[in-house]
Design a protein. Sequence first.
Length: 320
Amino acid sequence: MIKKRWSVAIALVIGVLASSFFFRSSVTQSTSTAATPTTGAAPWFAPYAYTGLAMPSFPSRHVVLSFITGNGCTPTWNGTPLASATTVNTRITQAQAIGDEVIASFGGESGPDLAVSCTNPTQLAASYQTVISRYGLKTIDLDVESAALDPTAGARRAQAIATVQKATHVAVWLTLAVAPTGLLPNSLAVVKQMMAAGVTVSGVNVMAFDYGPLAAGQTELSVSESAVSDTESQIAPLGLSWSELGATIMVGNTDTTGQQWSLAAAQSFWSFAYGHRLGRLSEWSLNRDQQCSGTQPQPSNSCSGVTQQAEQFSHILGNN
């Protein structure tokens, strides 16, 4: 909501309370505003909200809006020009007005990723700069999947981000798919490419779901704990630690039939994250963090497929 300036003290109180009611549930919220937590702190919680659907409420002090995609070298919100994304723009303004941090996620599985659609490194840098400047971003999330894993696109991305970061000091998180044994070679290569280009990587966020068939006795929770631990071993030689590692779960039913993140598993994963001083936790997505109404095909983009209260995964992962 837009925070207004009031000349009378009681009006200010009413305005703030009304704004808080609109954006937050009745559960007490986290008050952390740091983009990256200090070592020993609870994980920084930054859930994803998909802008291609009806925008959900933002129950945390940080939200990752997805996705910025490319129309050539023109950045868009999932194909919609930035200037035409009225609802998204309004919600960003409202969130920032009350001190919340909005993070833009670039790329995603469907794309097209800007680094793929825009083949001129100079113009690519200008495209990233356009988004960062328009929304006053302090942190960006690069979700590198599918065609965006191409090494040539990766080199352009790394060069462009290095240029932009030098000018803006924006924090950069890399979101990558993960296997039970950690990052696959092409995902690890993305991290190395960025660092070789001079980018300061704030953290590596792994997508802890969609593993494919699991072995007997394995669960979404156990495999994810192994995946995160093995990723830490991979990034440690690059100078990154647990505090610069994050994990995103797909709440409820995942894209893999029979695999599910339950509420209990999410709670256990938070405990794992806290115990290892993991830097970040996220969920895909706030749009799905609610119980389905009636029978819906699974997985659904608008509900989790499990019995839950609205935003219950968010409150578990955000520890509030």
